[in-house]
Design a protein around this ligand. Structure first.
Ligand code: 13P
Ligand code: SF4
Length: 302
């Protein structure tokens, strides 16, 4: 074990802290993390932790969600520059305008959104429960934001709900093109293609399986196939290669990397714990309203 890993573990025990890490983080973070997973799993862990300090190795909206769920705990984001480009595509005013253009329709926000946005939505969702969440509303049409592709994929799966989407997207997943799938299939004809629903629909419609980060990992673990083309962020491929040595995992193209997920190093995690930085705060009024939107999702996802 390296010295920094040891020090982080000591500090965690001393301060009664928990480290939550998203699967897109640099893989060495897993050595010190208590829980590693997708957005839904991590928010479920944040909702039930009894730690005094939560260090979120992920992006800003994840730490903000953890703070909303734990107003009396200290929530730390090791690098403040870890934003989500998709979450930043819609602010409060843009949300109000979008809702005004489509009045009296239930609004679902992807968890990749700010607290202000969540405070004005009916329910939030992640990529692993979007279908279930939209279904739970029993509405003929819904507004979905900010990710237009997750919204459209949900509409395609459900068939009987009209999903009106806001034009947001994930720049990392949109780098994957349908021709990348076609070329990869030619090169690896036996392989299964597993894609994240943040990809463009021209990509997801060519995939054998579409699912969240941990959905993809679970599918790959259980499939009898031996070779997989992975159409999502590189962190998923790194973990699959580490965990399933008898199978082959191919990142669909080079450099499918979310730069904001990669800021954190072990040193940043150590500094976060040692100096209790950088603390996330959320306006009490906004947090109260956003909590309803998050709690409703957690209730439906039980
Ligand atoms: P999931 O963790 O739900 O797979 O979402 C991926 C993502 O882009 C997180 O920001
Ligand atoms: Fe945001 Fe895309 Fe990065 Fe996820 S991968 S944090 S959606 S920019």
């Amino acid at each position: 074990m390296n010295a920094l890993t040891e020090k982080i573990r000591e500090l965690k025990a001393k301060k009664n802290a928990v480290i939550l890490a998203h699967c897109y983080q640099n893989i060495e973070i897993d050595e010190v993390a208590d829980f590693v997973g997708d957005s839904l799993y991590l928010s479920q862990q944040a909702a039930k932790t009894d730690a005094d300090i939560i260090v979120f190795a992920g992006v800003f909206f994840m730490a903000q969600t953890a703070k909303i769920l734990n107003p009396n705990k200290k929530v730390l984001l090791p690098r403040m520059e870890s934003g989500c480009l998709m979450a930043d595509m819609i602010d409060y005013k843009q949300l109000i305008d979008f809702k005004a253009q489509h009045p009296n329709i239930p609004t679902v926000c992807y968890i990749n959104s700010t607290a202000e946005v969540k405070s004005e939505c009916d329910i939030c969702c992640t990529s692993s429960n979007a279908v279930r969440i939209v279904e739970s509303l029993h509405a003929p049409e819904i507004l979905f934001l900010p990710d237009t592709y997750l919204g459209k994929w949900t509409e395609k799966v459900l068939r009987n709900v009209k999903v009106i989407t806001y034009p947001g997207f994930c720049p990392t997943h949109l780098r994957i093109k349908p021709e990348d799938v076609t070329e990869a299939r030619k090169k690896y004809p036996e392989a299964e293609v597993l894609a994240h629903p943040e990809c463009h629909q021209s990509v997801t419609e060519l995939a054998d399986y579409v699912g969240s980060t941990t959905g993809i990992m679970k599918y790959a673990a259980e499939s009898s196939a031996k070779q997989f083309i992975i159409a999502t962020e590189k962190g998923v491929v790194d973990r699959l290669k580490r965990d399933y040595k008898d199978k082959e995992f191919i990142l669909i193209k080079d450099n499918i990397v979310c730069p904001n997920m990669k800021w954190n190093t072990l040193e940043d995690i150590y500094n976060a714990l040692e100096y209790e930085q950088y603390e996330i705060t959320v306006d009490e009024n906004i947090a109260h309203k956003a909590l309803k939107c998050i709690d409703r999702m957690l209730e439906v996802s039980k």
